[in-house]
Design a protein around this ligand. Structure first.
Ligand code: ADP
Length: 854
């Protein structure tokens, strides 16, 4: 508290100059008092400081009789003085030991005691009560104008204008403010609170004058004013009145003790005790008490209530931040703390458990999600109305639309018609029987056309809900493809002409399994063939069975693991038909036969053709042989009469001799020449027909040797024509008729030399090389060449392009050459010679084991 605030509490405000003057005078008076009080703590002088709640000289004057009383009571030359000091100066004087005792209001006492090492109160002042005895306690009164019906309770004061004595006035503000705070109400707001100062009558005037809605005054003030005739009874109404039995004044608050008198710390305890005793002994009826207008002094009251009030209002000395120690907190809020701690513990436990449960729940969710995602199938759930209520797939490509699009829609609305029909049938079955499976459908998904197998299970609902259906669609596209491939393969066999048989891996002839086309091909049912008493070998033609059995046995013993043969089999109609059988034998790791499988193909038509062909070939061969025989016989036998013609023509010429005319002689020459020519032709024919009939043996020999032998025969012609013969290429060994190959080379090489260009030496090149059909040989020359159109016919008998006078010959050489080549499985033809000049004769030899017989 400052001096200025203390002054403003005690004195009503006036002009600035007068305030300055007043302050100056007050300071001067205080200085005088303090100077006079300097020896206060001497042994013979006691100074009593009294709070100057009114002008100091008035207060000092009022309490002067007390000083006189104490001086007399204490005796022994002790001087007692009373000085009146405002709040702060009283405290300052106390600190400077300028006063020994102090009489002040209770809240000021609490403030001083809090700031100074004071002892407790020695005595408590007992004022003289109006019309009664003594009162050593007082309280606060809240007054309102009696016509203010709106102001009835403490709560009504919150928003009204209040007049009070001052912030440090216990009866004129603090007691009422504490009552409001204790009632849970806020303190009156600063803007709605006017401190009008002492005397308390000012508050009453403010309320009655309408300057304030309510007023705070000390208890007894109203009764005093009424007694003094300054206020009529009922002029004000007391709000929140408290009735205390025996207490004579109206009250709105609890009671607080009256002013205490206490000793300064430096005062001798004995002196303090003697002062207290003197004061307690002051009689109410004594002239001193009368003069002081007090009842006397009582034993010191308890000022704890005042301290609590100051604390609750946060007034000095408790206006700073409260200094709570943990101990204070512990003591004051122990039950609350315990309850709080318990609640906190319970909350923590609940929170921990919730967090634990949440974590477990999240783990379970994650685990479930991971499990679901690991399932490759498409999962969905539909309700009783076939409406999608859940769709899950780890591969969105299994769907043709986002999963959310299905939710809430029915199967029929969402899926393509054929798929919906399958799904609805499956659901219907599950509705009736609990589950259904094996329903298949194909669907165009984001992954392309896929095949699914559907399994549906009924999921029972609760009492109030109908069952739903959990559906699992498994992508079986791969299995479907395999099945389809197998089916196609089976169809391939079952509809084809090849029957597959599985025989027992022994020689029992039992059929273990057979392809389903057996009926169409063999005329037996699979069951008939696989019957325990049926032996396959019994169906084979008696003429073929031994060969078949032997071949099979040979293979099973050590032979190859497959063989092929044709044999006759009795079909279901009783008819024997030819079948080609490709048999495959498989063995286990130990080499033992574990399966014999046969692939039967009806080749009766082929066999018939073969037989026909063989018959025709045989007939042809026979016809050829007869023809050749005829040619041989004819040419051989014709030579005899021809020789007769020639002989007799010669005899005629000799007999007639010179008698023959020139013409007759020429005619006889023509006869002889014709006969010779005919003989040559017959010799040629004989030669032609002898090819293949000579019985010359076949042998393996180097073909080049045949060529070289031919060259040796032709050496005179080669020499005469100065021919150049060149041989090149790769020459083989062949199994052939050596004489015939010599004759072949002799014919071609002889022609190459014979048909040379006039004046040009023949150049002959003979070559041999491998050919896909056998061995290719060529004889090229630089001769006269052959027109392409003429080439083919020259291989026929007696075909020539030139007269005998141009080139000697009878046209049989190339015919014989073709016959030799064809007997050795080959063919012969003519091309133009190298660079388009001359001729090139080419032939391929592919000799079989036996050249074709004539
Ligand atoms: P020949 O030689 O005895 O007349 P060939 O049968 O050997 O009988 O020949 C038939 C015909 O083919 C010959 O008359 C000839 O016109 C023709 N000829 C054969 N070889 C050759 C050749 N190297 N160059 C041209 N013409 C040929």
């Amino acid at each position: 508290m400052t001096a200025r605030s203390a002054e403003s509490d005690e004195y009503p405000p006036c002009g600035a100059s007068s305030a300055l003057l007043a302050a100056f005078l007050r300071a001067l008076a205080t200085l005088c008092i303090l100077i006079s009080a300097l020896p206060a703590h001497t042994a013979h002088s006691i100074v009593i400081g009294v709070l100057a709640h009114r002008p100091a000289h008035e207060v000092a004057q009022r309490w002067h009789p007390l000083a006189a009383y104490l001086q007399e009571e204490l005796g022994k030359g002790i001087t007692v003085r009373v000085i009146a000091l405002p709040y702060d100066e009283l405290e300052a004087a106390l600190a400077r030991q300028q006063i020994d005792f102090a009489l002040t209001n209770p809240s000021h006492f609490i403030a001083l005691r809090n700031r100074n090492p004071l002892s407790g109160a020695l005595v408590t002042l007992v004022p003289r009560a109006q019309g009664s005895g003594a009162l050593n306690s007082f309280g606060g009164v809240i007054i309102v104008h009696p016509q203010r019906e709106d102001l009835r309770t403490l709560g009504d004061l919150v928003d009204v204008h209040i007049a009070a004595v001052g912030p440090f006035s216990l009866g004129g503000y603090q007691a009422q403010a504490a009552r409001m705070v204790d009632s849970g109400l806020p303190l009156p707001a600063a803007g709605r609170l006017s401190f009008v100062g002492t005397p308390h009558d000012r508050v009453v005037d403010a309320v009655l004058g309408g300057h304030a809605d309510a007023g705070f005054v000390r208890s007894g003030v109203i009764e005093g004013m009424i007694a003094e005739g300054r206020l009529s009874a009922g002029a004000v109404r007391v709000l929140a009145a408290e009735t205390l039995p025996g207490y004579p004044h109206q009250l709105s608050t609890r009671l607080y003790p009256e002013w205490p008198l206490f000793a300064a710390p430096h005062v001798n305890p004995d002196t303090a005790r003697r002062v207290a005793a003197a004061l307690l002994l002051l009689d109410a009826d004594s002239p001193v008490a009368q003069a002081l207008d007090i009842h006397g002094f009582s034993a010191a009251a308890d000022y704890e209530a005042v301290e609590r009030l100051l604390r609750s209002l946060r007034l000095p000395p408790f206006d700073g931040a409260p200094q709570f120690t943990w101990h204070d907190v512990w003591q004051r809020y122990l039950p609350w703390l315990l309850a709080f701690a318990l609640s906190l513990a319970l909350l923590s436990a609940a929170g921990f458990r919730t967090a634990l449960l949440k974590r477990r729940h999240e783990q379970t969710q994650r685990h479930l999600a991971a499990t679901l995602n690991a399932i490759p199938d498409l999962l969905f759930e539909v309700d009783g109305d076939e409406r999608f209520i859940g769709v899950h797939t780890a591969d969105p490509g299994q769907l043709y639309a986002p999963a959310e699009r299905f939710l809430g829609c029915t199967v029929a609305e969402t899926l393509p018609a054929e798929v919906a029909a399958v799904a609805r049938q499956a659901i219907q079955e599950a509705r009736l029987r609990g589950r259904s499976q094996g329903h298949r459908y194909a669907l165009s998904t984001a992954n392309g056309l896929r095949h699914f197998e559907l399994c549906v299970a009924r999921k029972e609902g609760s009492a109030s809900t109908s069952p739903s259906f959990v559906c699992i669609a498994r992508d079986i596209s791969e299995a479907h493809q395999t099945t389809e491939a197998l089916r196609r393969e089976r169809d391939l066999f079952s509809t084809g002409p090849v029957v597959v048989l599985n025989w027992a891996p022994d020689l029992s002839g039992r059929v273990l399994a057979v392809s389903s086309n057996v009926g169409a091909v063999l005329g037996y049912s699979a069951a008939e063939l696989c019957a325990a008493n049926v032996r396959y070998t019994d169906l084979i033609h008696p003429d073929d069975v031994i060969a078949v059995t032997q071949e099979l046995q040979a293979c099973m013993n050590a032979g190859p693991d497959h063989f092929e043969q044709s044999y006759r089999l009795r079909t279901g109609s009783g008819e024997y038909r030819w079948f080609h059988d490709a048999t495959r034998i498989s063995r286990n790791r130990d080499g033992a036969v574990d399966a014999i499988r046969g692939y039967l193909f009806d080749q009766t038509w082929l066999k018939t053709l073969e037989l026909e062909r063989d018959a025709q070939a045989a007939a042809l061969a026979k016809s050829n042989a007869e023809l050749e025989q005829f040619a041989y016989v004819a040419s051989h036998d014709l030579r005899q009469p021809l020789r007769m013609i020639t002989s007799y023509a010669q005899l005629l010429e000799q007999e007639l001799g010179t008698t023959l005319s020139g013409d007759t002689r020429r005619m006889l020459d023509f006869v002889a020449e014709g006969a010779t020519r005919m003989d040559e032709m017959l010799v040629s024919l004989l030669e032609y027909s002898r090819v293949g009939r000579s019985g010359a043996p076949l042998s393996d020999f180097p073909v080049r040797e045949a060529l070289e032998e031919a060259i040796r025969f032709l050496e005179p012609a080669i020499a005469e024509s100065a021919a150049a013969v060149e041989i090149s290429g790769e020459w083989p060994h062949l199994h052939a008729c050596r004489n015939e190959l010599v004759r072949l080379f002799q014919n071609l090489l002889g022609n190459a030399i014979k048909y040379r260009r006039a004046g040009e030496a023949p150049e002959v090149h003979i070559d041999a090389s491998a050919h896909p059909q056998g061995w290719l040989f060529s004889v090229s020359d630089n001769g006269i060449g052959i027109e392409p159109a003429q080439r083919e016919r020259l291989f026929r008998v007696f075909q020539r392009l030139h007269t005998r006078t141009e080139y000697e010959g009878n046209g049989i050489g190339l015919a014989i050459s073709r016959k030799i080549v064809e007997r050795h499985g080959g063919r012969i033809w003519i091309e133009a010679g190298p660079g388009g000049r001359g001729s090139r004769f080419l032939f391929i030899l592919a000799p079989r084991a036996n050249p074709t017989p004539n």
